[in-house]
Design a protein around this ligand. Structure first.
Ligand SMILES: Cc1ncc(COP(=O)(O)O)c(C=O)c1O
Length: 436
């Protein structure tokens, strides 16, 4: 059982006083250090990490020694290269290394510092390349919180309230197989595509005005919603036929989280622009917007930022990507094997407990959704909080997503033994909270 010391409570108290309020999970985790599969808090407690620190530590908590060494070496040479104005080799090498992982035809990389900045760039590129102004996004999507990306985000009202208007953004329905009114997932997928074609493009905004469709191949913050393959394939068809760009937001789902470098690969689809961040930086702030060469380039000065291409972030990203490339086969195999282990257990939870309404996953993007009852599927919001808290009390850290889902996203490198231990804690917590 976890013990929270005075020192931890004091940090939380001071945080509430000094820091602008942001969202925090319903447990008092004050992080101190991390390594491999584990997090230690300031009270000296050790936790199994089923969060990868919001999808960043794909290759282990605090990354591996190789990445940390690259960071330390770079700090002593030069940290900030003023890449907006000067040349430097390392960011170029890293961009080439990323392009190596991309489908044919991708030739332009723009580096920034966070997911939302990568989305801002993708919005600007879409408008610039097409000279059109409307963007289609999806309900339940999360693309970030700056004003351009926030226009596309529509996962929760608290993200958007008071911050609009958000011009030139239209939201469409994203298929949710678990909550669909159709039995057949294909019907759900078709209804969503039909709505875009017949209503949005047919009645509201012509294809002469729509620049791009922004999509998460798997919706992340919105609840780990995995669309039918046909939905992503049909989006590609629809975009191509209407001369609209398809932008894949891989900030959470990319970088082998689903077993492939790009989550889109699972659907056999290539987008026109990709955004990546989180795991791409090897633990440091780094994001990339990657576009097809044929789309063109940005006029000098039209886009940029002081810190894009920061050498320490790039050194971390390059070292991490080099490691991942050398071990790509093994990583793909690990994701498959661990998906099997986790999904088997999550499906058992669904069978055993009334409050576990759904279990779903693609690669190591796995989740359960808690409901008041399987019949009504009413979101079990309070119960989710209690389960997260109970897991924390027993040494497992998890994050929620969507209205009442819990994501299970350990680092890809986590040992099977620790995955099983974590899943035991999750099951015991659900058992206790659901009173079964
Ligand atoms: C799919 C997706 N896009 C964009 C973002 C925004 O990234 P950041 O928080 O780095 O701005 C996130 C963050 O969770 C995300 O999951």
């Amino acid at each position: 059982m976890i013990k929270i010391t005075e020192k931890a409570n004091d940090v939380i108290k001071r945080d509430k006083r000094a820091m602008a309020t942001i969202a925090r999970e319903p447990y008092p985790l004050v992080v101190e250090k991390g390594s491999g599969d584990h997090i230690w808090d300031i009270s000296g407690n050790r936790f199994i990490d089923f969060t990868s620190f919001i999808g960043v530590y794909t290759i282990g908590v605090n990354c591996n020694a190789e990445v940390r060494r690259a960071i330390k070496n770079q700090v002593d040479r030069l940290m900030h290269p003023a890449f907006l104005d000067f040349y430097a080799e390392l960011p170029v090498k890293f961009a080439e290394s990323i392009l190596d992982m991309m489908p044919n035809g991708f030739g332009k990389v723009f580096f920034s510092n966070s997911g939302t900045e990568a989305i801002e760039d993708a919005i600007k590129l879409s408008k610039l390349f097409t000279r059109k102004s409307y963007i289609i996004g999806f309900y339940n999507a999360f693309h970030g919180r700056t004003l351009g990306s926030l226009g596309l985000t529509s996962a929760r009202i608290s993200h958007r309230e008071h911050f609009g208007p958000f011009p030139n953004v239209v939201h469409a329905l994203y298929p949710n197989v678990y909550r669909s009114r159709y039995e057949d997932p294909e019907e759900e997928s078709k209804a969503c595509i039909d709505h875009i074609e017949k209503n949005i493009l047919g009645k509201e905004y012509s294809n002469k005005e729509v620049a791009a469709i922004f999509v998460e191949p798997v919706q992340g913050e919105g609840g780990y919603i995995i669309p039918p393959k046909s939905f992503i394939k049909e989006l590609r068809r629809l975009a191509t036929e209407n001369n609209i760009l398809l932008v894949s937001d891989e900030i959470q789902s990319g970088y082998f989280r689903t077993g492939k470098f790009l989550a889109m690969e699972n659907f056999g689809v290539t987008a026109d622009i990709y955004t990546m961040a989180k795991a791409l930086g090897g633990g440091l702030p780094l994001a990339a917007t990657i576009s097809k060469t044929e789309l063109g380039d940005v006029p000098p000065g039209a886009h940029g930022g002081t810190y894009g291409g920061n050498l320490v972030s790039v050194a971390a990203g390059y070292a991490s990507l080099s490691y991942v490339k050398r071990n790509a086969r093994n990583i793909e195999r690990m994701v498959k094997e661990k998906n099997r282990i986790i999904m088997k257990r999550l499906n058992q939870l669904r069978e055993r407990y009334e409050i576990v309404g759904d279990a779903r996953g693609l690669g190591l993007m796995t989740a359960i959704e808690l409901v008041k009852s399987k019949k009504t599927k009413e979101h079990a919001v309070k119960e989710r909080e209690l389960v997260l808290r109970e897991c924390f009390n027993n040494g497992l850290v998890l994050l929620g997503c969507g209205a009442s889902a819990i994501r299970v996203i350990p680092p890809v490198t986590m040992s099977v033994e620790n995955i099983e231990k974590g899943l035991d804690i999750l099951e015991n917590s659900i058992k206790k909270i659901s009173g079964k």
